[in-house]
Design a protein around this ligand. Structure first.
Ligand code: DGL
Length: 252
């Protein structure tokens, strides 16, 4: 593709050919495993004209228990691989990779990159704005919690919103296993969310791609009055807006 693109640019109809080919390129998505398919589904529902390439790094999952250097290396390798296939935009569906490696990814590939943390944080502030004392809970992998990326994303848009985070590492394996409604899942959820229930958030961010798969159990455990925020859904809305803003939509 790059060779064709290079030849096109030196052709008299260069600009036309260039914009046509760029718009019809797929959007690349990567996650550490199958969880990012929740982000893919949200994107696919909103963008039926677009093509997607999904990379699930199932050989190296989980990312959430690994060091910053390792997650950065995996994230750059995944991004460069997808970029080499010819994509017009990259969506980093993995919360852990978004929290730890977004600046490094942006340094290494020359296309628009969208992560899931910013959109999830902004959606949380939007949905709790009317509360007199806005409180946002975040559940995520240990690495995402330690990075404080969600905390900073919320603080960037609202200084007054209180944020409480909890790491829920076993949720990843339960989701990969498909144990969505088992007694063990309920009991682990009760334990992980004990302090979160005391914090009593108005909204709870599902800050890991795997957690929407356990949505029912999480909602029942935290309480039906707490709004669950799927960062993938919030990200998909921002990708739609960005494609429009950059004139990158596929017209066909
Ligand atoms: N995909 C990762 C995330 O969203 C969760 C699984 C993992 O630990 O790799 O943070």
């Amino acid at each position: 593709f790059r060779r064709v693109l290079f030849r096109s640019i030196s052709h008299p109809h260069a600009l036309f050919l260039y914009s046509m080919s760029l718009n019809s390129l797929p959007i690349g998505i990567f996650d550490s495993g199958v969880g990012g398919l929740t982000v893919y589904r949200a994107l696919h529902d909103r963008l039926p004209n677009e093509h997607f390439i999904y990379l699930g790094d199932t050989a190296r999952v989980p990312y959430g228990t690994k060091s910053l250097a390792t997650v950065e290396r995996y994230a750059i390798e995944n991004s460069q691989f997808l970029a080499s296939l010819g994509i017009k935009m990259l969506v980093v569906a993995c919360n852990t990779a978004s929290a730890l490696a977004l600046p490094k990814i942006r340094e290494n590939i020359g296309i628009d990159v969208v992560g899931v943390i910013g959109p999830g944080g902004r959606r949380a502030v939007e949905l709790t704005r009317d509360s007199p004392n806005p409180k946002v809970g975040v559940i995520a992998t240990e690495a995402t919690v330690e990075s404080r990326a969600y905390l900073e994303a919320v603080k960037r848009v609202s200084e007054t919103t209180k944020v409480f985070q909890a790491g829920c590492p076993l949720f990843v394996s339960l989701a990969e296993e498909g144990w969505t409604h088992e007694a063990e899942t309920r009991s682990i959820a009760r334990r992980y969310l004990m302090d979160m229930k005391i914090f009593a958030p108005d909204a709870l961010v599902l800050g890991c791609t795997h957690y929407p798969i356990l949505r029912d159990v999480i909602q029942q455990t935290i309480g039906e009055n707490v709004k669950l925020i799927d960062s993938g859904e919030a990200t998909a809305d921002e990708v739609v807006a960005l494609l429009k803003e950059k004139g990158l939509e596929n017209p066909n």
